[in-house]
Design a protein around this ligand. Structure first.
Ligand code: 5GP
Length: 206
């Protein structure tokens, strides 16, 4: 069972290319199954190597709309032209198993739930610079140039919401960012440098 300091839900947001997925994967890997990722539903087509039910539940627009009508989502939003939603049933099942659940969602989704949920901690990851973000998106080679350009435009918008998260973690050095996140999640003492990182972020946006 969770100790009192531990939050049931861990909400992560970050612009694409901030290194969020790698950080989340390492947290999960090291948690001995005590922390798991909520698998969202999306209308985005699967990328090469992605598996249905593991990375996402890949569904049609029609199925998505039906789930919305059934009130099946904790939150849902259109991100980069596709629909994404967190499934109530999936998250509840995990929480009932005593697992800490990570929601990897965008800022719109976070805004929908931040006032209605309890017992969560929210973490926003920022990249060291806009150039670095661009570089990461191109070198990971997952998306076309057009898709990347769109993700970069959205990144600037997303970064403006960082201050509404409990923690803002700078992913300049992967290991340092990982240590900080791991302290937040596993209830160890955290060096809270949200304000310093928000100042860095301001430079990034200027
Ligand atoms: P990707 O297509 O790269 O897997 O994800 C694109 C964006 O959609 C990421 O910022 C990710 O956090 C967000 N996303 C993934 N699942 C959900 C979800 O269930 N709800 C919301 N609001 N955003 C999501």
């Amino acid at each position: 069972m969770l100790n009192d300091d531990m939050k049931q839900l861990i909400i992560f947001a970050a612009p694409s290319g901030s290194g969020k997925s790698s950080l989340i994967s390492k947290i999960i890997e090291q948690s001995d199954n005590k922390v798991q990722l909520s698998v969202s539903a999306t209308t985005r087509p699967a990328r090469k190597g992605e598996m249905n039910g593991k990375d996402y539940f890949f569904i049609s627009n029609e199925e998505f709309v039906n789930l919305q009508k059934e009130n099946a989502f904790i939150e849902s939003a259109e991100v980069h032209g596709y629909m994404y939603g967190t499934l109530k049933s999936y998250v509840n099942e995990k929480i009932n198993e005593g697992v800490q659940v990570i929601l990897d969602i965008d800022v719109q989704g976070f805004n929908q739930i931040r006032n209605s949920l309890q017992n969560y901690v929210s973490i926003f990851i920022i990249p060291p610079s806009f150039e670095e973000l661009k570089e990461r998106l191109f070198t990971r080679g997952l998306d076309s140039r057009e898709v990347i350009e769109n993700r970069l435009i959205n990144a600037k918008k997303e970064l403006e919401y960082a201050s509404s998260f409990d923690y803002v973690v700078l992913n300049d050095d992967f290991n340092e960012a990982f240590e900080q996140i791991s302290s937040i999640i596993f209830g160890r003492k955290v060096i809270d440098n949200k304000h310093a990182n928000l100042n860095k972020l301001q430079d990034l946006l200027d």
